[in-house]
Design a protein around this ligand. Structure first.
Ligand SMILES: [Zn+2]
Length: 287
């Protein structure tokens, strides 16, 4: 019996309309993002829809080259840059539906509602989002069948936000990990303080225990291998960030300390955002 295949599309880093004043050497780009096609002989599903209409059009153009029936688009976590392109993707794949686990759908609905007032996403990508955003529907099971073969939803918990899930493809020992794992991209701690980061490490350990041979990260460099060593590398990056942050000092000190250890990673803007958030949390705790 044929097994399932996993193929990964990466949208590269691109400039966006950031409201933040940038630091010395900071390059303001949105992180490279992945969308994964899990396919059998005739059917396929997509994992993650990215953010904008141009992202969705790029995913669709790529996915159509596989010539499979796309039965569903499934989302790893509620950050809008992983599902906001879903409405546009559905126009390319009318037989599909946009689905997420309950905790993911709830966060997505919250983000869509918050954006109406905050314009968080609309201001960063003006005129580039579907309006209104199409929020994923709750998928009522932990098993998805692709040509009769299972893909399992694993409720992981803390990644770069809580309530993250991964998709396990047991027939080929693959895990599509969303933002629980990063691959050669600076990791986002805007919403992950030190206790959150400790929980995140436990999430990575849950994936390690599944002993995967293929690990797809939500944010990965173009061309980077979907190798399981990204689990240990992500865990080490998280530990190093907490170690450097505990030394105190400025945003620049934290950025430079991390660049000494992990300067090969893409997307230093994310490191700056993480460092600003960490120093702001420290200052708030001292008041
Ligand atoms: Zn993300």
């Amino acid at each position: 019996m044929t097994s399932l295949n996993v193929d990964v599309f990466v949208y590269p880093m691109e400039p966006y309309n950031s409201p933040d004043a940038s630091g010395a050497g900071e390059i303001v780009t949105w992180a490279p993002m992945s969308s994964t096609l899990i396919s059998g002989p005739t059917e396929a599903i997509l994992i993650d829809a990215m953010l904008t209409t141009h992202h969705a059009d790029a995913i669709a153009a790529w996915a159509k080259t596989f010539d499979k029936k796309i039965t569903g688009i499934y989302i790893t976590h509620g950050h809008t840059d992983h599902w906001g392109g879903g409405g546009r993707l559905l126009t390319h794949f009318p037989d599909a539906r946009l689905y997420a686990a309950p905790e993911v759908a709830a966060r997505a609905a919250w983000e869509a509602d918050a954006n109406k007032k905050s314009r968080y996403w609309s201001s960063r990508f003006p005129g580039q989002l579907t309006d209104p955003l199409v929020v994923p529907t709750v998928y009522p099971s932990n098993e998805i069948l692709v040509d009769g073969k299972p893909v399992n939803i694993v409720h992981i918990g803390q990644g770069d936000i809580d309530g993250s899930v991964a998709f396990s493809v047991p027939s080929i020992d693959a895990i599509v990990a969303g933002d629980v794992v990063y691959n050669n991209v600076h990791m986002m701690f805007f919403e992950a303080d030190e206790p959150g980061r400790d929980a995140w490490i436990e999430s990575i350990d849950k994936i390690v225990a599944l002993n995967p041979k293929i690990v797809v990260a939500g944010h990965k460099s173009v061309g980077a291998a979907d190798a399981p060593d990204n689990l240990a590398k992500s865990r080490q990056y998280i530990r190093d960030f907490s170690t450097v942050a505990r030394r105190g000092g400025s945003v620049e000190d934290l950025v430079n300390g991390m660049l000494e250890l992990h300067g090969e990673r893409d997307q230093n803007h994310t490191l700056w955002i993480s460092a600003r958030a960490e120093v702001a949390r420290r200052q708030a705790a001292q008041v």
